[in-house]
Write a protein that binds this ligand. Structure first.
Ligand SMILES: *Cc1c(COP(=O)(O)O)cnc(C)c1O
Length: 272
């Protein structure tokens, strides 16, 4: 955001980044880079693809990070949407993660706090970075300093609302809402597959990642979907160069709207 990545080339790849393409070819499981990287951003369940990582896959990342001295930023914003058993909800389920990983969690999707703003960051006390001179520095202390000086915390009413999520009533209400959205996801996934559209995700995440019919560019599919079906979604290319030719649909809607949107998409693409 402050420009350390340098400029983007004409395909949209920024200079200072090593990309982890997540595509159909690698079943949305990116290979571990051959070179050393300082920071690894992983998001599972993934936005936008809706795909997840297994324990074995995350273990390979943790082992790589510990060997290279890299830090994993593990974005677990969608962990509450995991429905399949055995899928890790936290990077700390992986042995060795406490010496290489920071995890983010958020109430935004779990409990509909998007505008309310509450999340959390886990920085294990064992986790260290290093100075230019190679001296080890505990990141937890640095983060605490940063938080207590520049942020000062989430407002009290919002903290109380977040705590209510973990009450018996709150938790069951949140689970109910998530189950409702995951049923939407199932309907979208099933409906689009019936229409012959190749889709991914939608099982452990509230997103369906579809391959645009007829190989349309993401934005061309967006235009068609908007003007001919009056349905709005997110062009895959907006998430980076590897998203071109894909499109994200969200399950965060009413049942009526989801069913109507699926009907319209089936009416438009179903016969082909
Ligand atoms: C929505 C979302 C978040 C949550 O961000 P907040 O700032 O807590 O609202 C984090 N990561 C991903 C990938 C998301 O989609």
């Amino acid at each position: 955001m402050i420009g350390r990545t340098g400029e983007a080339d004409d395909k949209g790849y920024y200079e200072g980044l090593v990309y982890l393409p997540c595509t159909e070819t690698n079943n949305f499981t990116p290979a571990i880079p051959k070179e050393k990287v300082d920071i690894i951003y992983l998001c599972y369940p993934n936005n936008p693809t809706g795909m997840v990582a297994t324990k074995a896959e995350l273990k390979a990342w943790v082992d790589y990070a510990n060997a290279q001295g890299s830090i994993i930023f593990f974005d677990a914003a969608y962990e509450a949407f995991i429905t399949e058993p055995g899928i890790p909800h936290s990077i700390y389920e992986i042995e060795g993660a406490k010496t290489c990983a920071i995890e983010f969690r958020s109430f935004s999707k779990t409990a509909g706090f998007t505008g309310v703003r509450c999340g959390l960051t886990v920085i294990p006390e064992q986790l260290t970075g290093h100075t230019v001179g190679g001296e080890k520095v505990a990141l937890n202390k640095l983060w605490n300093r940063r938080q207590s000086t520049k942020f000062n915390g989430v407002s009290y009413p919002v903290q109380r609302a977040a705590a209510a999520v973990y009450s018996e009533d709150g938790w069951s209400q949140v689970q109910e809402t998530i189950a409702f959205y995951m049923e939407n996801a199932r309907l979208i996934l099933q409906g689009l597959k019936t229409a012959g559209i190749t889709c991914y995700g939608g099982v452990n995440a509230p997103y369906i990642w579809l391959k645009t019919p007829g190989g349309l560019a993401s934005w061309d599919f967006f235009d068609k979907l908007l003007t001919e079906c009056h349905v709005v979604g997110t062009p895959g290319s907006g998430f980076g160069p590897s998203g071109e030719g894909y499109f994200r649909l969200s399950a965060f809607g009413s049942r009526e709207n989801v069913q109507e949107a699926v009907r319209r998409i089936q009416g438009k693409w179903g016969e082909n």
